[in-house]
Design a protein. Structure first.
Length: 175
């Protein structure tokens, strides 16, 4: 009877150990998913701020993060072949041939007011920094394409590459 009890306790301990690994993994994945959701919400906020302006408006919007830093959001667009955004046009962060923000571009080389390191404050004073970049491509005098991308700045890297997929949002806005 004592041996049966000992065997059942060993089986229970192995089962609880497996469940503990599962719980720790779930907690970690939940934190990463929260950061991904916040990246998407931040990209959406910047996209909505730019889209709310008339397409031919030259505006410099402001966004304040939880540390009190004021970030300027430039809404000036340029034609697809012109501007500062590389071969695929617009003003702002470089775009890839697929029309998304090119994350291989160094943060320091993104034109002023087209990128920010936004700090969000969470529970218990926890702060998370998000790297946000955008590009504005003028389509006509009355419409423009806005591309915004965001990701946690401290996302994990493997071989120098980040394996957290940044949120990529794109819209056409006009008058």
């Amino acid at each position: 009877m004592l041996i049966e009890l000992l065997i059942s306790m060993v089986i229970l301990a192995v089962g609880l150990g497996g469940i503990m690994i599962l719980l720790v993994t779930a907690i970690s994945t939940n934190g990463k998913a929260s950061n991904d959701t916040n990246s998407t919400m931040l990209a959406e906020h910047v996209l909505e701020q730019i889209s709310a302006q008339p397409a031919n408006a030259v505006a410099l919007l402001q966004l304040t993060d939880c540390t009190g830093a004021i970030w300027n959001i430039d809404t000036t667009g340029s034609a697809q072949a012109a501007g500062s955004a590389g071969a695929f046009g617009g003003n702002g962060a470089s775009l890839t041939a697929n029309g998304i923000v090119d994350w291989s571009q160094n943060y320091g080389t993104v034109p002023a007011n087209y990128a920010m390191r936004y700090v969000a404050c969470g529970a218990g004073g926890k702060q998370t920094t998000y790297d946000v970049r955008w590009d504005v491509v003028t389509i006509t005098p009355f419409s423009r394409m806005v591309v915004v991308s965001a990701r946690p700045a401290a996302s994990p890297t493997v071989g120098g590459l980040r394996y957290v997929m940044p949120a990529q949002l794109r819209t056409v806005a006009g008058m």
